[in-house]
Design a protein around this ligand. Structure first.
Ligand code: GLP
Length: 262
């Protein structure tokens, strides 16, 4: 895993945005795997700015979101559909037909999940998957003990994740739906490039375990140690518990410029 430590989350998000922009320029119909939460907001802002000022073109891009709450309609202000529309899609020119987000109201969840996997496959697989990390080390909504080979499926959230995400539900944890549909760890691992973003001191433990700890289902993000091309962009607080932080900075500072955004 390549670890890129930036002075701020804004710098880190800009670096990640340049990588995604490069992918989209080289492959205009790239399939992007997208994430929600507070972490990718600056990345989305940077991509929106590139679209508006430099004409970065999303018209052929296909998108696949990681997850969605079961029971929330698309129009619900706390659904991930709503989040993606408000924070990214309505500001760029992604075609609605090219947007894929798990359907939290699917009548037959199992069939829906099977078809979601088939849609990703039919798109040729995901070129770049954006990820955040939960404070317990989850990716998507793959909570600790999730199978490392899991595919898109229903999951039940842990009380800790419900607590973490209550801030998006006016702080009321009783409003957080306990069930979700999420891409599996196996689904995520199939992406050709993974862009992991981790910001803030509350992610420092999870980041250290993900990068330097043992590979274990207790820390789902540690599966990324087995991924061929994962770039982890952190700010200083999120990197504060890494034992080899100085080494990662040393490596990055010696990379040739042409390699830095790829
Ligand atoms: C949720 C999402 C994850 C996200 C995580 C961290 O659980 N399903 O995809 O990475 O929250 O969220 P935040 O970025 O707000 O810290």
């Amino acid at each position: 895993m390549e670890v890129i430590i930036s002075d701020s989350s804004k710098d880190a998000s800009m670096r990640a945005a340049r990588l995604i922009a490069k992918t989209v320029k080289e492959k205009p119909d790239a399939a992007l795997g997208l994430a929600t939460g507070g972490t990718p907001l600056e990345l989305y802002r940077a991509l929106i700015a590139m679209h508006k000022s430099d004409g970065l073109d999303f018209s052929k891009v296909r998108t696949f979101n990681l997850d969605e709450y079961i029971g929330l309609p698309e129009t619900h202000e706390h659904s991930y559909h709503f989040f993606m529309h408000e924070n990214f899609f309505k500001h760029v020119n992604v075609k609605p037909a090219n947007i894929h987000i798990p359907n939290g109201l699917a009548k037959n969840v199992e069939r829906f999940c099977f078809e979601y996997e088939a849609q990703i496959k039919a798109a040729g697989g995901i070129d770049v998957q954006v990820l955040g990390i939960g404070s317990d080390g989850h990716i998507g909504f793959n909570e600790p003990t999730s199978s490392m080979a899991s595919r898109t499926r229903i999951k039940t959230l842990t009380p800790a994740t419900i607590e973490d995400n209550a801030r998006f539900f006016n702080g009321d944890k009783t409003l957080v739906p306990p069930h979700v549909i999420t891409m599996g760890i196996g689904t995520i691992m199939d992406a050709r490039t993974i862009v992991m973003l981790a910001f803030g001191s509350n992610k420092a433990d999870a980041v250290a375990k993900m990068i330097e700890g043992p590979i274990t289902a207790m820390v789902p993000a540690s599966a990324l140690q087995m991924h061929e091309r994962t770039k982890c962009f952190t700010d200083l607080p999120a990197a504060s518990k890494l034992g080899h932080a100085e080494y990662y900075k040393w490596v990055y500072s010696r990379k040739p410029d042409w390699q830095k955004d790829s």
